[in-house]
Design a protein around this ligand. Sequence first.
Ligand SMILES: Cc1cc2nc3c(=O)[nH]c(=O)nc-3n(C[C@H](O)[C@H](O)[C@H](O)COP(=O)(O)OP(=O)(O)OC[C@H]3O[C@@H](n4cnc5c(N)ncnc54)[C@H](O)[C@@H]3O)c2cc1C
Length: 487
Amino acid sequence: MKDVIVIGGGVAGLVAARACARIGLSVTVLEATDVLGGAVGSHEVAGLRLDSGAESFAVRRNAVAEFVAGLGLTDQVVAPNPAGAWLHLPDDRTPGGSVSVPLPKAGVLGIPGSPLADDVRRVIGWSGALRAYLDRLMPVLTIGREHSLGELVRKRMGRRVLERLVEPVTTGVYSSAADDLEVDVVAPGLNSALTVTGSLSGAVLSLRSAAPAGSSVGGLHGGMSRLVDALVADLDHFGVEIQTDAPVTALRRAGSDEDPTWTVTRRPPAAPAGAAAAESLDARFVIIATPGAQALGLLGALSPAHAALADLDWPSPTAIELATIVIDSPALDAHPRGTGVLVASGTPGVTAKAITHVSAKWEWVAAAAGPGRHVIRLSYGRAGQDSPTAALSDQELLALALRDARTILGVDLDAGAVQGFARTVWGDALSPATVGAPARVNQVRELLAATPGLELTGAWLAGTGLASVIPDALAAASRTRHAALGI
Ligand SMILES: Cc1cc2nc3c(=O)[nH]c(=O)nc-3n(C[C@H](O)[C@H](O)[C@H](O)COP(=O)(O)OP(=O)(O)OC[C@H]3O[C@@H](n4cnc5c(N)ncnc54)[C@H](O)[C@@H]3O)c2cc1C
């Protein structure tokens, strides 16, 4: 019997496994696919090793930087090009047209701190800016707090701020409309700063002045997947057993109420789905670190109360598809749209929701690509809408991505200059940021606190992003350590 079985080999699972193994617990990690790291993946495109999922981490609270330091990677931490991102929007002056403008600097999720600033007026015009300024004159709602980010922005600053500044950012980051996002999850501290400062723009300025100076995100030289490489090397060092191609299909409580143990059933290596023979492993403690749908599925067999968690109002998963293109294009040397562009919903002639100019954003990518060669990454898929790309062949997706990139970046990109192309689908992310998420997550956590020997972690509970996922995984491991060793 192992001390700990960790189900899921994404960053949450690997971080939790490392923390348990470091203090001497015996640990097995079971990962469903043939690769570790989950949404922090890598792929090779035109000879370049690039991130295929997450490519940065938020520097707020220092959580990731500290963790990265523990892995000996501090000297590999890099900052992105400070040029910043742009917006691509419907053009007010030309019906059916679209326009690109720099994303105003002093904002939080696109909400401006200074509604009358030049860079804000360039996006929403004078009338939009004056409407947004009314926020400074309106009384503050003191009873209750706003849950929906969209509602809050619409009420305080008007439709133009919502549609042209905030929606492109929330869609780019969370694939969700602002109306569906819970303020306290996506902008922690904003509601209370609003009460203190008396306005939404005041709250934005207060959050920004409290944030560390410099870029709000960092990356790793060579890509975020190096975090996974370092974690896996450490797990090896601490003697953690890692099984890939090992999807867990069932979880059962064994032992006594006072001293519970767990039996975990996994599909045997190389067995086709649904094969009769399965393998069981026993452990004193289990940490589930899968996405939400799989975790809720595994909890279902434990008790009616655990099964009922699946009936909470969880949002449907949103599939995101990424099209990565390596292309020879000296016209892109000038970084015409900074580090990338967020596209407002309903912008005519563009299907993508965002594009990252990867070789403009990260110096190490530009150096690896060489002069005149560029990496761009387009993303597709918005919550609540059918995937616009799922039915496309690779050739069709490449053609669409090139067309979108030409429109958004404002340069002519020749299909014959494409050196490499890859498509990646991320299909099973439960958006943890939707309205009502804190209440749902609390219900899960309360029941788990009364389930000795079992822990849950991962982005679906902690919130999207490594800055949320890593501390949550460390906390789950720390509770396991306490239960196992009393320390
Ligand atoms: C395209 C994209 C870009 C992103 N960009 C950023 C970014 O720039 N910065 C940032 O901070 N965050 C970013 N994120 C978010 C961040 O990557 C995630 O929040 C984080 O990696 C989630 O980690 P996790 O371990 O909770 O889940 P996952 O990475 O989803 O890992 C869960 C693991 O569990 C495995 N699993 C599932 N079911 C089973 C089962 N039954 N048995 C065993 N294993 C199972 C899965 O195969 C997977 O490996 C991005 C995400 C995506 C998709």
